[in-house]
Design a protein around this ligand. Sequence first.
Ligand SMILES: CC(C)(COP(=O)(O)OP(=O)(O)OC[C@H]1O[C@@H](n2cnc3c(N)ncnc32)[C@H](O)[C@@H]1OP(=O)(O)O)[C@@H](O)C(=O)NCCC(=O)NCCS
Length: 177
Amino acid sequence: MPPTYQGLGITYSMNAGETISCSGNPPEDLLNEIYGVELTCFKDPYPPRLLLYYVRLAPDLFIVCRSGEKIVGYAIGVIENYGRTGHIVSICVHKDHRRKGVGRILMETLEKLFIEKGAIEAKLEVRVSNEPAISLYRSMGYTIANIYHSYYSDGEDAYIMIKSLSKTRNVSPRYIS
Ligand SMILES: CC(C)(COP(=O)(O)OP(=O)(O)OC[C@H]1O[C@@H](n2cnc3c(N)ncnc32)[C@H](O)[C@@H]1OP(=O)(O)O)[C@@H](O)C(=O)NCCC(=O)NCCS
C-alpha cells in the first residue's frame, strides 16, 4: 500500500500498527517540544535558538515525525556547495522510539528532498564512536570519505560520510503496510 498523504506530510504505517506522520515546515511554536526530543539524543544538544535558525533557513528541510501528537524524531537538512550537496545537519529519534524505522524514514525523506532540489550527493558528520548512527548510514549506502580530527567540542573526531544520490531517485519507504 502506498503511503497516504496528509496535508504536506506523509504517513507511514509501522510495525505493531503504529502510525508515524512526517512533514517539513514545523511551526516555530513546536521548537520547545523538538528541543525536548533533542535532549534525549545528544550530550551537546543544539540550543533552541540554533533550532530556530535552521527552521528559518530551510523550513522544508526541517522534517518532524510524530506518533499522534507526540514528536518522535526530527532531521535537519541544508543545501550547500552551490546546490550540489545535501547536508544532513542533524538527525534525532526520541530514545523511546528507536529501532522502529523512524531514523531511516527521516533519512529517506531528506534524500528525496535533496534530489528534488537537484543535489547529487548527501553528506553528514558523525562521531567516530556513534555506532548506531554509523550503522544506519552504512545500511543506506553512505561511506566514510574523510575524518575531521577534534571536530567536536569534547575533542572527539568526526567521520565525514557521503552518498551519491544519482541512483536513488526512486527511493521508497520501508515499513509501509
Ligand atoms: C541514530 C538514530 C537516529 C537511529 O534512529 P532509529 O530510528 O533508531 O533507526 P532505525 O530504526 O531507522 O534503524 C535503521 C537501521 O539503522 C541501524 N541501527 C539503528 N540503531 C542501531 C543500533 N543501536 N545498533 C546497531 N544498528 C543500529 C540498523 O541497521 C537499523 O536497521 P534494523 O533495525 O533493521 O536492524 C538514533 O539512534 C538516534 O537518534 N541517536 C541519537 C542521536 C544521534 O546519534 N544522531 C546522529 C548524529 S550524527
